[in-house]
Design a protein around this ligand. Structure first.
Ligand SMILES: Nc1ncnc2c1ncn2[C@@H]1O[C@H](COP(=O)(O)OP(=O)(O)O)[C@@H](O)[C@H]1O
Ligand SMILES: [Mg+2]
Length: 175
């Protein structure tokens, strides 16, 4: 996917709460970019990739102690690119082990995140930056959009625009 017209990166503490924040952030951006037809699918994919990143490197205990947080808390990064043909989602975490697509059947309660990413996106993959960790990415095109439901009005759901920074990727995520 070429011709990136806008790039937005967000660094998040690797905690379970990152998932809903990331999803709402993606919904907000897609609405702003006029890509409402991709918003639901993108939010679903962002949820799956951020959940995986948090599981890989995050503190997932329900009630972590302060010392746990001090010693183990790390960050992950979500980047969204807007292109004329759609969007690219990238999630970075510090673990170099890549995702592994599982063969989950309909009775499995887990193991279908990557299957879903594969089914809903044009293509997906991962890459290892020189600075460590990995980016898991996927590309969604308007043409292939299989929107779960059309977005109508996300006004009440939006994060406060003042909290959203559109900053160059290198200023947020050095990886
Ligand atoms: N960011 C990641 N870092 C390391 N391993 C990952 C990551 N994402 C996924 N994986 C691996 O790929 C497997 C499949 O992921 P997924 O399809 O989302 O299923 P689930 O998360 O339910 O196990 C995970 O069980 C995990 O072993
Ligand atoms: Mg998963």
């Amino acid at each position: 996917m070429k011709d990136v017209s806008e790039l937005n990166c967000l660094r998040l503490a690797a905690l379970p709460s990152a998932v809903s924040t990331a999803r709402r952030h993606a919904e907000f951006l897609l609405a702003r970019w006029g890509m409402a037809s991709l918003a639901d699918t993108t939010a679903l994919i962002v949820s799956g990739l951020v959940t995986n990143a948090v599981k890989a490197v995050g503190v997932v205990d329900e009630a972590p102690s302060w010392s746990d947080l001090r010693e183990r808390l790390t960050t992950i990064c979500l980047c969204l690119y807007c292109c004329p043909s759609g969007v690219v989602v990238e999630v970075w975490d510090s673990e170099s082990r890549p995702p592994k697509r599982k063969e989950a059947d309909e009775r499995d309660e887990s193991g279908c995140g990557i299957q879903l990413v594969e089914a809903l996106s044009k293509q997906w993959g991962y890459r290892w930056p020189k600075t460590g960790g990995k980016w898991v990415w996927c590309e969604l095109t308007i043409q292939d959009a299989r929107s779960l439901s059309s977005i109508t009005d996300s006004g009440g759901e939006l994060l406060d625009e003042r909290l959203i920074l559109t900053i160059p990727k290198e200023d947020v995520c050095t990886n």
